[in-house]
Write a protein that binds this ligand. Sequence first.
Ligand SMILES: [Zn+2]
Length: 119
Amino acid sequence: MERQADRLVNLYEAAILSFFRRRPMWPNQKVMVMTLQCGICGKKPSLGHQIARRGKAKYLGGVGRKITGISRRRFEPNLQRLQVEIDGTVQRMRVCVQCIRSGRVKRPTRRKPFLMPNL
Ligand SMILES: [Zn+2]
């Protein structure tokens, strides 16, 4: 029984180690992923390729663009720290710009809106 438990622990450790061994291959890595998440839609960093190209495009009279390198990169959401009003309480939150621009975020009112006086 103990040996099985040890094996399980070793497997778990191996999984963690392999995860961390793979890590240095990703450039621009930041360990804290949770802080890079949008508080409204949950947008997170995603992985992709950075493609290096050389040459002149065909439509410009060249022989065409050539791919000279492909490396892994991370696309990070454009997050801003904002004061957000949620259920009447104001709190600070990291929100992506797409959420701000689409009006999914309610900002706290600093000043009463202007009302026409009753004459
Ligand atoms: Zn968002």
